[in-house]
Design a protein around this ligand. Structure first.
Ligand code: FAD
Length: 406
């Protein structure tokens, strides 16, 4: 619920056309679009700059998202340093099955670690475009978002004082556990899907073992390999939900990865020091609509998609492009059409990606679920990708996010 306006003895309220809550890919992209159009805004971030520039998460970015960043002058670092991926590989029945979606479609993915993208976006926003960003803010609250006069308050980390900022619009870009989700009114519809499985998310100081994403469908559970950079690789291991990472000493992790991703015609994985080890309880949610009065949600604040199909940051960027452009049109030309259509336009791609993630989850987890019927249908799905050109084309389109319309 939205908090009532604070009655504080804090300094006089400031005013910005837009307050952006959260400096992740969504919030920073919105902020950059606004600054490029000369619209004043304030970005509030709970963590420090150093922290957000190092926080490891995504790495797989779709071509249309990179084009969207490029058009807004935000892909300079990415297009120089990112790698291109044109293939993925399914490993099951002890064999490797290469899926060359680049050959099929002429399209590719970009591999660029999220911390590098965030570093680029903060630099552009704060150091180049002169945007106001405040790090380490505490106890952020949204007020009166359903009225024409919303505001955001926070505790200043240096003085300890409460600050109030009035705004015309609030962009809620503070992820799954932020203040924006706390401010949702009762009419918000939240659809949630729990997969009932966990993934041990791992980051290894080891070069990738292949120039493609590897999906291992093993009777003992799923395992995944995703390059992040020439020196770093992300791995995933299916585990019970709520499992303790302490149950996974490094020796056990590498043994399971080698086994679940092993294929007769491929070399073993290149091992290295594990620098991240945490359990994700795999779930998705969608908040509808994505607009409540003057509060516009974007990214994980509006919808979460478990990292099954590497879609979350792509969706966050799509929202940010639409929201940034809509706010600029409204604030510079009085054109409300972008903001009016914002929620519906975002949700079409959101639901499409949710469906693909659920479909792919069954491919990953069906063979090990213990139900021979589901294991049989999962293997049929997998084989179809390699025997039916129509099935292969449909998979490639969804994996790359290249449908003509959503
Ligand atoms: P976030 O990145 O979560 O940013 C929100 C920001 O708000 C954060 O900086 C946070 O500190 C700040 N914040 C939180 N609360 C407050 C508050 N109260 N006040 C102020 N600030 C606040 N997606 C892909 O597309 N491809 C991938 O390959 C991929 N891999 C992933 C791997 C893992 C292990 C995980 C966990 C996720 C992955 N994702 C991937 C998903 C992707 O990381 C997220 O979807 C993406 O970060 C969403 O961006 P965002 O800006 O919406 O939110």
């Amino acid at each position: 619920m939205t908090s009532p306006s604070p009655h504080s003895n804090s300094p006089a309220p400031e005013r910005f056309p837009v307050v952006v809550v959260g400096a992740g890919p969504a919030g920073l992209t919105v902020g950059n679009i606004l600054r490029a159009a000369g619209v004043d805004c304030l970005v509030l971030e709970a963590e420090s700059r150093e922290f957000i520039e190092r926080r490891p998460r995504a790495g797989v970015i779709e071509e249309w998202a990179v084009r969207g960043l490029e058009r807004r002058g935000l892909a300079g670092g990415l297009t120089v340093r990112a790698q291109r991926h044109t293939e993925c590989e399914f490993r099951f029945d002890g064999r490797a099955h290469r899926f060359a979606y680049g050959e099929l479609t002429g399209r590719h993915h970009w591999i660029y670690p999220q911390p590098l993208l965030v570093t680029d976006l903060v630099h552009e926003y704060a150091d180049v475009r002169g945007g106001d960003i405040r790090f380490g803010v505490r106890d952020v609250r949204l007020h009166d978002v359903d009225s024409g006069r919303p505001s955001v308050s926070y505790t200043d980390p240096d003085s300890g004082e409460r600050r109030l900022v009035r705004a015309d619009f609030v962009a809620g870009c503070d992820g799954a556990r932020g203040a924006s989700r706390q401010a949702l009114p009762a009419r918000a519809r939240i659809s949630r899907h729990d997969y009932g499985i966990g993934w041990l998310a791992l980051l290894a100081e080891a070069p990738p073992s292949a120039d493609r994403v590897l999906f291992g469908m093993h009777p003992d559970g799923f395992a995944g390999h995703m390059a992040r950079s020439p020196e770093m690789t992300r791995y995933y291991l299916q585990c019970p939900p709520g499992d303790d990472p302490g149950n996974w000493p490094d020796g056990r992790v590498w043994e399971e990865l080698q086994r679940r991703l092993g294929a007769a015609d491929r070399p073993p994985l290149t091992q290295g020091r594990l620098v991240e080890k945490r359990v994700l309880d795999m779930h998705n949610y969608v908040v509808e609509p994505m607009v409540f009065g003057r509060l516009f949600l974007a990214g994980d604040a509006a919808h979460l998609v478990a990292p099954i199909a590497a879609k979350g940051m792509n969706l966050a960027l799509n929202d940010a492009f639409l929201l940034g452009d809509g706010l600029v049109a409204q604030l510079t030309k009085g054109d409300r059409s972008g903001l009016d259509g914002y929620s519906e336009a975002c949700l079409r791609r959101v639901w499409d990606y949710q469906e693909f993630s659920a479909w792919l989850s069954e491919v990953y987890h069906g063979t090990s679920c213990g139900d021979p019927y589901r294991a049989g249908t999962t293997l049929a799905r997998l084989r179809r990708l390699f025997t039916s050109p129509a099935a292969a084309a449909a998979f490639a389109e969804q994996y790359l996010g290249t449908a003509g319309a959503y």
